[in-house]
Structure formats: structure tokens, C-alpha cells
Design a protein around this ligand. Structure first.
Ligand SMILES: CC(C)(COP(=O)(O)OP(=O)(O)OC[C@H]1O[C@@H](n2cnc3c(N)ncnc32)[C@H](O)[C@@H]1OP(=O)(O)O)[C@@H](O)C(=O)NCCC(=O)NCCS
Length: 161
């Protein structure tokens, strides 16, 4: 099936929320998510299978600091390369916007996401104790320094699988 990666806008909010609630024990609310579409330093990238949003990545870039703020693939589309493609596209877009020093937090027990981040060069940079309010789990802080320039033009390009 045709896969397409593109920037999202407010019309994609409902699809983003459906993936969010299927993916997290502490999902962002509709209000929180809607507010992200209004911020000039925030952007969403989505990966589509046909017309269906399979996953999204919300990132922030402020000066040369980048942050992966929210990132999920719908359970029915996992382990098919969607997350990796999204992360690559988000990093590329962050680089275009001047991001160089990229940070994220991930649950200490979330080995799947950590494996994905490590595969893209992120390294552990510290712990935030009791970061998650549902179970008091620690957050692992991971960091990546992006090289200047972008190798590929991933966004807006459709791919055949
Ligand atoms: C983390 C997540 C986004 C990965 O998405 P995905 O589409 O399944 O990822 P991919 O298929 O592109 O996998 C890329 C790599 O990530 C790692 N990975 C992904 N899922 C994994 C799992 N369940 N166990 C171990 N490694 C895993 C592997 O290294 C994988 O490469 P491989 O398939 O060649 O082994 C997805 O599991 C998800 O949405 N999880 C719930 C939300 C979440 O944890 N978000 C991150 C918050 S910080």
C-alpha cells in the first residue's frame, strides 16, 4: 500500500487523538493537542497508509534546540517501519528549521522506543526521577546532535512499499 509522509494540520487532529489514546496510559487531551497546532515552534509529521494516519510525531524547535514532544504509531501499524520513517522525517525537518541539539524523554521501561531512538543515534543523557505521574516511572533523557545539512527530502514524498 502507498505510504506518504507529510506535515499535519488542524484537520488531522481527530486522527492524531485516536492514535494518542490507543498508545498511552496518560494521553494528551484534545485541548493540549489542539494547542500544539497553534504554536509556531511546533510541527506534526504524519505517516499515512492510503488515507489512514498510521503514526505521528510532534516536535518543537527553538533556536538550535529540538525536542520530540510526542510520538506514536497506531498499534495495528507497528513493527512495519512506520516509526523509523517518521523519526527520520521529523529529524530532517528539525534540521531544516535549525535544530541541532535534539532531546527527548522516554519511559525507562519503554525498550521498544529506546531501541528505535538508539538506532537513529540518540544516546542516554540522564534520568528524570518520578517523571510520569501515573506510576512514578523515571524518564530516560536521550540526546542526539544533528549534523548540519540534510541528506534526503523525505517529507511530501510518497513511497511505494
Ligand atoms: C515506539 C514506536 C513509535 C515504534 O514504532 P514502530 O512503527 O513499531 O517502529 P518501527 O517498525 O519503525 O521499528 C524501528 C525499530 O524500533 C525498534 N522497535 C520497535 N518496536 C520494538 C519492540 N516492540 N521491541 C523491540 N524493539 C522495537 C526496533 O529496533 C525496530 O527495528 P527492527 O524492526 O528492524 O527491529 C511504537 O512502538 C509506539 O507507538 N509505541 C507506543 C508509543 C510510544 O512508546 N511512543 C514513544 C514515546 S517516547
Amino acid at each position: 500500500m502507498r505510504r506518504k509522509i507529510r506535515l499535519l494540520d488542524r484537520r488531522d487532529l481527530a486522527a492524531v487523538l485516536a492514535i494518542e489514546s490507543a498508545s498511552f496510559t496518560l494521553p494528551w487531551t484534545k485541548e493540549m493537542m489542539a494547542a500544539e497546532f497553534e504554536k509556531d515552534y511546533a510541527f506534526f509529521i504524519g505517516s499515512f497508509k492510503g488515507d489512514i494516519l498510521a503514526g505521528f510525531c510532534l516536535s518543537w524547535v527553538l533556536f538550535d534546540e529540538g525536542h520530540i514532544a510526542d510520538f506514536a504509531v497506531h498499534p495495528s501499524f507497528r513493527r512495519k517501519g512506520v516509526g523509523g520513517g517518521l523519526l527520520d522525517a521529523a529529524l530532517e525537518e528539525m534540521a531544516k528549521r535549525g535544530g541541532r541539539n535534539i532531546w527527548l524523554e522516554v519511559r525507562l521501561g519503554n525498550r521498544a522506543a529506546q531501541a528505535l531512538y538508539r538506532s537513529r543515534g540518540f544516546v542516554p543523557a540522564g534520568l528524570r526521577k518520578n517523571y510520569y505521574t501515573d506510576n512514578g516511572e523515571d524518564a530516560l533523557v536521550m540526546q542526539l546532535t544533528l549534523e548540519k545539512g540534510c541528506k534526503n527530502d523525505i517529507i511530501q514524498h510518497a513511497k511505494e512499499e
